[in-house]
Design a protein around this ligand. Structure first.
Ligand code: B3K
Ligand code: ZN
Length: 883
């Protein structure tokens, strides 16, 4: 397989101006006629024109209306090369035949539940027709779709519908025209039996936009929340970023078979059904929140991604990091900022830090790839969003907005790079961003150490920072990064002290601006070692560092346990209260892991119980924040901190602390469950979601006890639940322990919900991700369950992805989990390489485990890499994992 490098980027020799596509959709085959006006970049240079094409049957090719002879072109499995096109502009026409019915890769044009749909990003357009399949080729599209009218009454593509009508033989057609230039990865086509929920949105300039969400008829009632979310997103983007929608129609189509969450095709977003369909009975609060953020995300791409797009795929974070940042802010503004931030940071830590420390570590802007699909990663998305967030932290809201305004003004209609975004931020604010660009090119999560000291006589307080960036594949040595550290100082009563100024490099930097006292400063740490000495600090403070998690780093401070308990109780930065609790919990868990490994008795520090109890009882706090603060760090997070990851020890410790907390705080948890149970109508506002989150977290604790009364309480919650959030939480709580009660509720739940495939997926993942001993056998049985199928990515993620998320079972010491996954990856790869390569990633941290596990996992990876006919997708992940 061929590796592609950023450094090899070259401007295209030819641009495409207009693209005319005609689709004749059929049951056996589909015919695609493409007419493209081609313009050479430099006039008079008649270089060969290479078009990408995969799984296409070429019927004919014409230039300026004249059919080419075979000697004028070359075709192979990946290209059509026109050897000597005319110099100057010309018209290229091709006719190709494709077979969407047999396309199980769900990339290009394929069928899902009887309907036609497309997925082109990143490089799927080449499975539809011969094209320069790269994002810097931006053209205006007209699309004519022809199909059987009764089977495919609805025909959709990008832009505006400009013509439609009936044809002979029960067929009909529709013609769509998109007035905006776009790269081909934003092309979309849908044909099928769909109905729409319709609504309208009046934009800030008074234009009326028709909004339509298309689903199979029976699902239409479940699109209410999606429509609410879409309108909220449109309004928010006007208010916060000054971005108005630019067409009179916005369509969303829902499909059950989709490789990802959703796709931002111009004015025709296509969504995985799990990210649109919701009703209180079938979707949980987490689903509702995911729908809001995903609808926001895809909608926001209209400006960050579509109007301004990426020059090449290495720049993916230009649109994805920025758009994730935008959807995070959107959800924060509509819910609770702290709660959202905690959720996002946890995700970053669990998944991105782990990627950044393993064989697939890559910079936010990767230097190379074999298969671009493998780089739609938590690094490009989540770490990329953190990079955008740092601009905002450094510039403030107004400065950041000036930067985005300039970015849109400069680059509307262009395909650009991460430097262009950086330059807009810099130029709009006229600031020095030092070595900030390193965030795009250096992989690895920086490790920052801080020590502090107070000078009683001088009333100064010093913070000394030192940073290193660990080596990553291809990058053995690193430069120091530019790390914005938001921080404050607490006095002995727990209040923020006003900050006046500090010395950095012998220079006095004033913090105060105007008459308002400042309680949070942003320090610019740019060197390997750096000291900040604060002046006029009246008493020895406790520093609150990295407020709001102002940079994606590992921070190790010299704060004592007492300091951390103090911050947990008092910090005005709520994020850092949670953070202090997490640091304490991690320390506690690690200390008990050592005890477990030495066969010592496990103990729970009473001060920790006390700290948790104070949070539980603090009625001034947001309830979801309480739920997050009393939740222990994930087992993966603890394993990542160990020399040799030991899933059994970590699991035992996690269970022990959970149970012990439940025992000691049983009355408090019972009260929480009672006080937060409500018989009122289900509402998705933050207050009610937070209430349910707290109640269900408490319920989870109680269910861990060996206690008849508690088992009854939880079972009762299950039976009396009136919405999926409560019902599923109770089910999950009961399913923690093997036994008859578990079997009974699982059977009952399936019985109730077998008609709803999205709920059945929840049922699959609950079982597959379970920690009950020997679970691999259950999961194998579920593979043969009539509701399961390997062709649907959601089902695969639920059952197989779910299983890999259970450390004890996936990493079972007998290798049964590894073997299970190894066999399945090969089966999946034949159907859908993108899904298979996501699954094979579960092996990538194999070197973190003991020798026995290492050998077993390595054997599976070797078996996979050696397999004949392996996809490039799986090859890339598996082979890099072995390095
Ligand atoms: N841009 C798409 C992701 C496409 C992934 C292709 N393998 C969805 C999104 O990030 O909005
Ligand atoms: Zn995106």
């Amino acid at each position: 397989p061929k590796e592609i490098f950023l450094k090899d980027y070259r401007l295209p020799d030819y641009y495409f101006d207009t693209v005319d596509l005609r689709f004749s959709l059929g049951e056996e085959k589909t015919i695609v006629c493409a007419k493209i006006s081609v313009v050479p970049r430099v006039d008079g240079v008649a270089a060969p024109l290479a078009l990408d094409g995969v799984d296409l049957k070429l019927i004919l090719v014409k230039i300026n209306g004249v059919e080419l002879k075979e000697e004028d072109y070359d075709v192979d499995a990946r290209h059509l090369i026109l050897k000597g096109p005319p110099s100057g502009s010309f018209t290229l026409e091709t006719v190709t035949e494709i077979s969407p019915q047999h396309n199980t890769s769900l990339e290009g044009l394929y069928k899902s539940s009887g309907n036609f749909c497309t997925q082109c990003e990143a490089e799927g357009f080449r499975k539809i027709t011969y094209f320069q399949d790269r994002p810097d080729i931006m053209a205006k599209y007209t699309v004519r779709i022809e199909a059987d009218k009764s089977l495919y009454p609805v025909l959709l593509s990008n832009g505006n519908l400009i013509d439609q009508g009936d044809l002979e033989g029960g067929r009909h057609f529709a013609v769509w025209e998109d007035p905006f230039k776009k790269p081909c990865y934003l092309f979309a086509l849908v044909a099928g039996q769909l109905e729409s929920r319709d609504d309208t949105f009046i934009t800030c300039s008074g234009r009326k936009v028709v909004l339509r969400i298309w689903t199979p008829p029976q699902d239409l009632p479940k699109t209410l929340h999606a429509m609410y979310s879409l309108k909220a997103a449109m309004k928010w983007d006007e208010d916060v970023f000054g971005r108005e929608y630019d067409l009179d129609l916005f369509n969303i189509v829902v499909v059950p078979d989709f490789n990802l969450g959703a796709m931002e095709n111009k004015s025709l977003n296509i969504f995985n059904s799990k990210l649109i369909l919701a009703s209180p009975e079938t979707a949980s609060d987490a689903d509702y929140a995911a729908i809001l953020s995903c609808i926001g995300h895809e909608y926001f791409h209209n400006w960050t991604g579509n109007r301004v797009t990426c020059r090449d795929w290495f720049q993916l974070s230009l649109k994805e990091g920025l758009t994730i940042f935008r959807d995070q802010e959107f959800s924060s503004d509509l819910g609770s900022r702290t709660v959202k931030r905690i959720g996002d940071v946890s995700k970053l830590r669990i998944y991105q830090f782990s990627q950044d420390a393993g064989p697939m570590a890559h910079p936010v802007r990767p230097h190379s790839y074999i298969k671009m699909d493998n780089f739609y990663t938590v690094t490009v998305y989540q770490k990329g969003a953190e990079v955008v967030r740092m601009y905002k932290t450094l510039l403030g809201s107004e400065g950041f907005r000036k930067g985005t305004d300039l970015y849109f003004e400069r680059h509307d209609g262009q395909a650009v790079t991460c430097e262009d975004f950086f330059a807009a931020m810099r130029d709009a604010n006229n600031v020095d961003f030092a070595n900030f660009l390193l965030w795009y090119s250096q992989a690895g999560s920086p490790i920052v150490k801080v020590t502090s000291s107070y000078n009683v006589k001088a009333h100064t307080f010093s913070l000394k920072f030192s940073q290193t960036v660990p080596p990553t594949p291809g990058q053995p040595t690193k430069e120091p990064m530019f790390i914005p550290v938001a921080m404050g100082l607490l006095d002995s009563s727990g209040k923020d002290m006003p900050l006046s100024s500090f010395y950095q490099d012998g220079k006095l930097v004033s913090i105060t601006s105007g008459a308002q006292p400042v309680y949070t400063a942003v320090l610019r740490v740019t060197k390997a070692e750096e000291e900040f000495v604060f002046t006029d600090v009246a008493e020895k403070p406790i520093p609150s560092l990295l407020r709001g998690y102002s940079a994606p780093i590992h921070l190790h401070s010299d704060l004592t346990e007492n300091d951390l308990f103090f911050l947990l109780a008092h910090d005005s930065d709520e994020f850092n209260r949670w953070e202090a609790g997490q640091i304490l919990a991690r320390k506690l868990m690690l200390s008990q892991v050592v005890n477990f490994q030495k066969d010592n008795k496990l103990v729970l520090d009473p001060q920790f119980v006390h700290g948790i109890k104070c949070i539980l009882l603090d009625s001034s706090l947001d309830k979801e924040f309480i739920a997050q603060t009393i939740t222990l760090p994930g087992e993966g997070e603890i394993m990542d901190m160990m020399e040799v990851a030991d899933p059994d020890a970590v699991h035992a410790v996690q269970s022990f602390i959970t149970k012990q907390l439940a025992l000691e705080l049983k009355q408090e948890f019972i009260t929480l469950v009672k006080e937060n149970t409500s018989s009122e109508k289900y509402e998705v506002d933050h207050v009610n979601m937070a209430r349910r989150a707290l109640k269900n977290t408490a319920l989870g604790y109680l269910a861990s006890l060996e206690d008849e009364e508690m088992s009854e309480l939880v079972l009762n919650e299950y039976k009396s639940a009136t919405n999926m959030t409560d019902q599923f939480s109770a089910l999950a709580a009961i399913a923690q322990k093997p036994g008859k009660a578990r079997e009974d509720v699982l059977a009952d739940f399936y019985e109730k919900w077998q008609h709803d495939y999205l709920v059945v997926n929840k049922w699959f993942s609950l079982q597959s991700a379970s920690d009950i001993p020997g679970n691999v056998e259950n999961v194998k049985k579920l593979l043969n369950h009539p509701a399961f199928g390997l062709r649907n990515p959601n089902k695969v993620h639920s059952l197989i992805g779910g299983f890999c998320a259970s450390p004890v079972n996936f990493h079972a010491k007998d290798g049964s989990g590894y073997k299970f996954l190894g066999d399945l990856v090969l089966q999946l790869d034949k159907l859908n390489p993108q899904v298979a390569s996501r699954m094979v990633s579960a092996f990538s941290r194999w070197k973190r485990y003991d020798d026995t596990r290492q050998n077993l996992a390595k054997a599976q990876l070797e078996m996979i890499v050696c397999c004949n006919g392996l996809s490039e997708n799986v090859f890339e992940i598996a082979s890099k994992s072995l390095l």
